[in-house]
Unconditional design. Structure first.
Length: 329
C-alpha cells in the first residue's frame, strides 16, 4: 500500500470512528431522561391550586418549581431531596402563603390549604429544611436571603440570575426570562411598622418584575417555565429563537395569566415547542385522572398543535432530550 493510500485509509477509519462515537453519544443522551413530577393537592388529579413541579435531571439534581400551596411543607413525603427551588414571583399561590396539611383534603376545586406559612412562606420553610438554593431574578434574592436568615437558614443559599445571565447549579443551567404580570410582596409576608403602613395603604412592596425560567438539563433538554405571564415578544425572540425550548410548562388559567386561547397562540406561534405541560388552570381540570369536558384545560388541549401533557399529581412523566415523553404520559 502506498503512503498516500495508507493515509486515506487512516482518515476514513478515523471519520468512521467519530461517526460511531457520535451515534453512541446520541443514543446515550436520548437514553437519559428528565423526570417531571407534579405535587398537587389531590393524588392523580390536576386541581385548581396546583402549581408545584419537581424536575429531576438525569444526574440526580432535583428542582422544585413554584412550591405554592400544594406542597405539605418541608416534611411532605413526596418532596424527597431538593437541591434547587425556583420561584417565578411572590404571589401567595406560588411562593406559598399557606399550604395543605396533607393531600386529598377538601375538594379538587377548593382544596384545604388552611396551614399558614406566614411570614416566612412555604418556599422558605422547604429551603431551610432541605438546604436548597433558591434561584430567582429581579430583586427577589435579597428578600429571600433575609427570610432564610430569619428562619435559621443560610442567606447565601439565595442566588441571583437576572435576564440574559445564566447560573449553573448541580449541572443544570438556569436563566430567567421576562414575564408580564405583577410581583408585589403582600404585607402579610413582612413584619414591623413597614408591614402595617403598607397594609393600611393597600399596597405591597416591590421586588422587581416577575420572571419565567429557561432550564437546560444535562441531557440537552431545554424547558421553558412560563410563570404567570401574558403574551410577550420574548417568547419568540428569546425563548424560541435564542434558547430553543422544546418543552414548555404553560399557564392557562385566564384573567390573571394567559387563558387557553392565548396560551395556545404562545405555544403554536411563538415558542413552538415539541411538547407542553399545562399548568395553573385554576379549575378542577380532571376527574379520576381524565380531563373534564368544558374546562379551560380541555380547550387548550384542543387548540395546541403539539402534544399537551396533563400534570396529574404524583404521577411522574419522563422526557428525553427532544421532549418526547418516554413514560408516564
Amino acid at each position: 500500500m502506498s503512503q498516500g493510500n495508507f493515509r486515506n485509509t487512516l482518515a476514513v477509519a478515523g471519520a468512521s470512528a467519530c461517526l460511531l462515537l457520535g451515534a453512541a453519544m446520541s443514543v446515550h443522551a436520548d437514553g437519559q431522561v428528565v423526570k417531571v413530577t407534579p405535587l398537587g393537592s389531590h393524588d392523580g388529579e390536576f386541581c385548581s391550586r396546583d402549581r408545584a413541579l419537581v424536575l429531576e435531571d438525569p444526574n440526580g439534581t432535583r428542582i422544585l418549581y413554584d412550591a405554592g400551596r400544594t406542597v405539605a411543607g418541608p416534611d411532605d413525603p413526596r418532596l424527597g431531596r431538593i437541591d434547587v427551588i425556583l420561584v417565578s414571583h411572590m404571589h401567595g399561590d406560588h411562593v406559598g402563603d399557606q399550604r395543605i396539611s396533607e393531600t386529598n383534603q377538601g375538594s379538587c376545586a377548593s382544596p384545604d390549604t388552611g396551614v399558614s406559612t406566614l411570614p416566612q412562606s412555604n418556599t422558605v420553610d422547604i429551603a431551610v429544611k432541605t438546604n436548597a438554593k433558591i434561584v430567582t431574578g429581579s430583586e427577589m434574592p435579597a428578600f429571600f436571603a433575609a427570610k432564610l436568615k430569619a428562619a435559621g437558614g443560610d442567606p447565601e443559599n439565595s442566588v441571583l440570575v437576572r435576564f440574559g445571565g445564566e447560573r449553573e447549579v448541580g449541572g443544570v443551567a438556569v436563566t430567567t426570562v421576562p414575564a408580564v404580570h405583577s410581583n408585589g410582596v403582600a404585607p402579610s409576608f413582612l413584619t414591623g411598622p413597614l408591614a402595617e403602613h403598607l397594609k393600611a395603604a393597600g399596597v405591597g412592596a416591590s421586588v422587581g418584575p416577575p420572571t419565567g425560567y429557561v432550564v437546560t438539563f444535562s441531557n440537552g433538554l431545554v424547558v421553558y417555565l412560563s410563570g404567570d405571564t401574558g403574551i410577550t415578544a420574548e417568547q419568540k425572540l428569546v425563548v424560541n429563537e435564542h434558547y430553543g425550548a422544546d418543552l414548555v410548562v404553560m399557564n392557562i388559567g385566564d384573567t390573571f395569566t394567559t387563558g387557553p386561547k392565548e396560551a395556545a397562540y404562545v405555544v403554536n406561534d411563538l415558542v413552538r415547542p415539541k411538547a407542553v405541560i399545562a399548568s395553573h388552570a385554576n379549575e378542577a381540570a380532571t376527574e379520576n385522572g381524565a380531563v373534564q369536558e368544558g374546562t379551560r384545560t380541555e380547550q387548550f388541549v384542543g387548540l395546541a398543535s403539539m402534544p399537551v401533557h396533563i400534570p396529574l399529581s404524583g404521577k411522574t412523566m419522563s422526557f428525553d432530550s427532544k421532549a418526547r415523553c418516554t413514560e408516564g404520559c
